[in-house]
Ligand binder design. Structure first.
Ligand SMILES: Nc1ncnc2c1ncn2[C@@H]1O[C@H](COP(=O)(O)OP(=O)(O)O)[C@@H](O)[C@H]1O
Ligand SMILES: [Mg+2]
Length: 280
C-alpha cells in the first residue's frame, strides 16, 4: 500500500517533534512504501493530479533516557520521478500552514484525486472548510469573546472594554503571529497595521484568558471517541503555550466537559481523527 506525504522540505522536519515524521515511521514499520513530495511540485494533466515524488527510507527515532535520539542521517532519499497521485493508496497533505493562496490551490489540485481510488487526508474540501482559526467560531457559546475584522477602529473598540486581548492571523499555526494587545501599548497601531496588512487582511481578536497560563489542552478523538489529551503549558516568560515556542508538554486526563464539544462535532466518518484545543 504505497503512501505519499506532501511535506515541507524534509530536511526542515524534526523527527523528535513533528507528527508527520511519526506518521511516516509508523507507515514504514507496517511495511508500506513511503514516498514524499512538496506542494510546489503538484499539478494536473489530463484531468489527473500529478507530483514529482521520491521514495524515502527512515531511520526511526529512539526514546532513551527521557529524550528522543535522532539517528544521523535520519532519512535516505531515492530518485525523483513523476507520479500519478491515484497510484497511491493514501496521500497525506502534511504541508504546514500558513494557509496561503498556493496552499489553497494545492487543495484544488488534490480535488483531482479520485476518492474511490485514493484516500486523501485531510480531505481537500475539509481543509478549505475548516480554517485554522475561524472553525472555532461555530462553538460561540464555549469560546472566549472573539471578533474577526480588518478594521483598526473595531479592534480598538474591542480593546477599550478589556484588560487585554490576543490577536491571531487566520492562517497561522504554532503560535506564529499571535500577539498580546493592550490599549496603552505604544506599538498598538503599528501591531494592528502589520497584522492586517494595513487594514486589508482580516484577523481574529479574542478576549485574553489569564487561565491560559495553566496550559491549553490538545484532545485527540478517533472515530468521535476522545482517546487522550496533552496539556501545553507556557514557560512563564511567554504567554503562548505552543511547543514550538518552548511550551512544556504534560499528559493530562480528558476534561470532564468534553461532551459539550464532542456532541456538536459533525458525525465522524470511519477512521477520522479530530483534534480539539481547549482550556478546561
Ligand atoms: N484568548 C487567549 N488568552 C490567553 N492566551 C491565549 C489566547 N489565545 C491563545 N492564547 C495562547 O496562545 C497560544 C497560541 O494560540 P492558538 O489560538 O492556539 O494559535 P496556534 O494555532 O498558533 O496554536 C495558545 O496555546 C495559548 O497559549
Ligand atoms: Mg494552538
Amino acid at each position: 500500500m504505497k503512501c505519499l506525504f506532501i511535506l515541507d522540505p524534509i530536511s526542515t522536519l524534526d523527527p523528535g517533534h513533528d507528527t508527520t515524521v511519526a506518521l511516516m515511521e509508523a507507515t514504514q514499520a507496517r511495511q508500506h512504501p513511503v514516498w514524499i513530495t512538496e506542494m510546489a511540485t503538484l499539478g494536473v494533466a489530463e484531468g489527473q493530479a500529478w507530483a514529482l515524488a521520491q521514495p524515502v527510507t527512515l531511520e526511526p527515532v529512539q526514546w532513551l533516557n527521557n529524550r528522543w535520539h535522532i539517528p544521523q542521517p535520519w532519512f535516505q532519499l531515492g530518485e525523483k520521478e513523476p507520479v500519478k497521485l491515484e497510484d497511491f493508496a493514501v496521500v497525506w497533505m502534511r504541508k504546514d500552514p500558513p494557509v496561503t493562496i498556493p496552499y489553497l490551490y494545492a487543495t484544488y489540485i488534490l480535488d483531482y484525486v479520485n476518492p474511490q481510488k485514493t484516500l486523501v487526508v485531510n480531505r481537500p474540501a475539509g481543509l478549505r472548510a475548516a480554517n485554522e482559526k475561524m472553525y472555532a467560531l461555530q462553538f460561540n457559546a464555549v469560546i472566549p469573546e472573539t471578533i474577526v475584522t480588518q478594521s483598526k477602529d473595531t479592534i480598538k473598540a474591542f480593546l477599550a472594554e478589556r484588560e487585554g486581548a490576543v490577536l491571531k492571523p487566520l492562517g497561522g499555526k504554532a503560535g506564529e503571529g499571535i500577539l498580546f494587545l493592550h490599549r496603552d501599548d505604544r506599538n498598538l497601531n503599528s501591531l494592528i497595521e502589520i497584522s492586517t496588512h494595513q487594514g486589508k487582511t482580516p484577523v481574529m481578536v479574542q478576549q485574553f484568558l489569564p487561565e491560559a497560563k495553566l496550559g491549553d489542552k490538545r484532545i485527540i478523538l478517533l472515530n468521535g471517541e476522545p482517546i487522550g489529551a496533552v496539556n501545553r503549558v507556557p514557560t512563564g516568560a511567554e504567554f503562548r503555550g505552543n511547543m514550538a515556542v518552548g511550551g512544556r508538554v504534560e499528559v493530562t486526563p480528558l476534561p470532564s466537559a468534553i461532551g459539550l464539544f464532542v456532541n456538536r462535532l459533525p458525525q465522524p466518518s470511519n477512521g477520522m481523527v479530530y483534534i480539539l484545543w481547549a482550556l478546561m
